[in-house]
Design a protein around this ligand. Sequence first.
Ligand code: NAP
Length: 244
Amino acid sequence: MSQRVAVVTGAARGIGAAIAVRLAADGLAVAVLDLEESACATTVGRITDAGGRALAVGADVSDAAAVNAAVERVASELGPPVVLVNNAGVIRDNLLFKMTDDDWETVMAVHLRGAFLMSRACQKYMVEQRWGRIVNISSTSALGNRGQANYSTAKAGLQGLAKTLAIELGPFGVTANAVAPGFIETDMTKALSQQQTDALMAQIPLGRLGRPEDIAHAVAYLASPQAGYVTGVELHVNGGMYMN
Ligand code: NAP
């Protein structure tokens, strides 16, 4: 196969940016997909400055037409996407009695509908190539977490989606897995107070917060040829912190 092509959603910053940079360092051409194409410039620049190939793609992963157009563009400008990392995510935390319909729908749309639409659009190229890797970014919150009924449900759903895609696409040489990060230092977690961070730290046996690169290493393994017999699993990358 010529240079493999990856699509990483939500790759303008945080964990997605680290994954995109790491996959490019492993030799893949990378479509850096995020809501705004212009927001992808920094990640694309990090990749191209290091001698890699990257393409900035603007698309809302919850919009079917935008997803289909984005994946077709990746195929024509970079090549058939055979690695997909469903990383785009949002949080709308609240206790159940205060959670609005919009809080619920938004989280389901970005995480679940987004991963479904992206996987459906990319699987065609993977099946044609008889080779593919899908990695869904889940969370320790899939095990249950106070104030995150929407997010926990969506993240558990992403694990179920990976297990089902592993069954359906396995015969075509395509693996599907989930990576479940613990508490990782990104914009998403900046909003926590020092008190909340200290409480979390006390539960982390490895004694430090996670870094986006910790997740990128795990994704790089699951996306590699060497992980060809690993499918339908959840890889927890959390310093030993489990919610339950
Ligand atoms: P982040 O810094 O907030 O980055 C998320 C990225 O996704 C942003 O660039 C965001 O774009 C993009 N995005 C949001 N909605 C989108 C949509 N509809 N279509 C396309 N892109 C969209 O988050 P992060 O901390 O890196 O998290 C990345 C993933 O890891 C998420 O799935 C998250 O749930 C998961 N995770 C994170 C942690 C953690 O501790 N940070 C722990 C467990 C799991 P905008 O900037 O334009 O909104």
